[in-house]
Design a protein around this ligand. Structure first.
Ligand code: FA5
Length: 349
């Protein structure tokens, strides 16, 4: 009898089944409990013998139930752990690697070319004061040159007017950096300044309301137009190879005298055909700009150093270079953020 019960306990398939067996055998009305209760009806000698046997059986059953319960609990835990396990060996989701925008790449290349010629790269603010963008560059109010730069004016948020006493605008060119740099630095020096510029213009295939320029400024003694041409020719050769040529056409910018527009002879390696590519404006720094800089320096308590200085400056459109190099027919493609377009210009890594 005991062996059958023990076998039944060892085979109990679940904790519930085990509990049912325990109640059936050891519960208040359980089979073994009944027999223990029945001991009193036996004669004394048989009672002792039977009592010992039944109590042993009871202990054996309790031990077996406890042991089986332990087994079942362990099995249940193992099953739960298996079911809830995370497979950390699954391969991760591929994360697309980004890359620099094509215009950032071209600007970086241009800056690198000039850095190798000893220029220092500097930056200026995109939200600029009217004074630096226009007045100090010899473009007084009502000067027609202001119309040519259709300007985005910034209005201070309500309550912040006192923080911005002077009118702010989105710079229409990188030339204000010339004035900012000279007002705090001592010549001679050579700098380039890359960055975004903004014009409130109707857009078309070659004009955007936001585009990029690279400004250059060299100031020292006896700087000439020939130095300017030499610098631009070195840049053109670095960009387009030793055959590159640079051409100057007379032009007008209030902050240079004489002023030129310069073009670079560019041979399309795919078609083998060449063409003049108009890149930007340039010239010798106007004495009025040096005068404005010295005035500003005196206001800041710095020595006026620029009277009688010579220097050249240039400012070129970066999109033009990228459009020709990569045969991009519409400047607006650069800023539409379509990956199919941008992914064509992945850098080699
Ligand atoms: C200027 O902005 C002068 N600051 C350049 C300069 C600097 C002259 C230093 C003398 C000395 P301009 O407005 O021409 O000049 O613009 C320069 C170049 O920017 C143009 O030749 C052209 O390549 C590019 N550009 C001008 N407007 C746009 C536009 N809306 N979209 C794209 N590129 C433009």
């Amino acid at each position: 009898m005991l062996e059958d019960w023990l076998a039944e306990i060892r085979a109990a398939p679940s904790l519930e089944a085990l509990e049912a067996i325990r109640v059936r055998l050891l519960g208040k009305k359980g089979e073994l409990t009944q027999r223990l209760k029945g001991l009193g009806k036996l004669p004394p000698e048989a009672r002792r013998e039977e009592g010992r046997r039944l109590n042993e059986a009871k202990r054996a059953l309790e031990a077996a139930i406890e042991s089986r319960a332990g087994e079942l609990k362990e099995e249940a835990l193992a099953r739960r752990l298996a079911a809830e396990a995370q497979d950390v060996t699954l391969p991760g989701l591929p994360f697309p690697a980004g890359n620099l925008h094509v215009l950032t790449q071209v600007l970086g290349e241009l800056v690198g070319i000039f850095e190798r010629m000893g220029y220092r790269a500097v930056l200026g603010p995109e939200a600029e004061e009217e004074f630096y963008n226009f007045d100090a560059l010899n473009i007084p109010p009502h000067h027609p040159a202001r119309d040519m730069h259709d300007t985005f004016w910034l209005k201070p948020a309500e309550g912040f007017e006192a923080r911005f006493p002077r009118p702010l605008l989105l710079r229409t060119h990188t030339s204000p950096i010339q004035v900012r740099y000279m007002s705090t630095h001592t010549p001679p020096f050579k700098i380039v300044a890359p960055g975004k510029v903004f014009r409130h213009e109707a857009t078309d295939a070659t004009h955007e309301a936001m585009f990029h320029q690279l400004e250059g400024l060299v100031v020292g003694e006896r700087i000439t137009l020939a130095d300017l041409k030499g610098a631009l020719l070195a840049m053109a050769r670095a960009l387009y190879g030793p055959q590159a040529r640079v051409n100057f056409r007379p032009s007008y910018f209030p902050f240079v005298e004489p002023g030129v527009e310069f073009e670079v002879w560019w041979e399309n390696p795919r078609t083998g055909r060449g063409q003049w590519l108009e890149l930007g404006g340039a010239g010798m720094v106007h004495p009025e700009v040096f005068r404005a800089v010295d005035e500003l320096r005196e206001e800041k308590g710095l020595a006026p150093l620029y009277r009688g200085m010579t220097g050249f400056a240039f400012g070129l459109g970066v999109e033009r270079i990228a459009m020709l190099r990569y045969q991009v027919p519409d400047i607006r493609a650069f800023f539409q953020n379509r990956l199919a377009f941008l992914n064509q210009f992945r850098e080699e890594v």
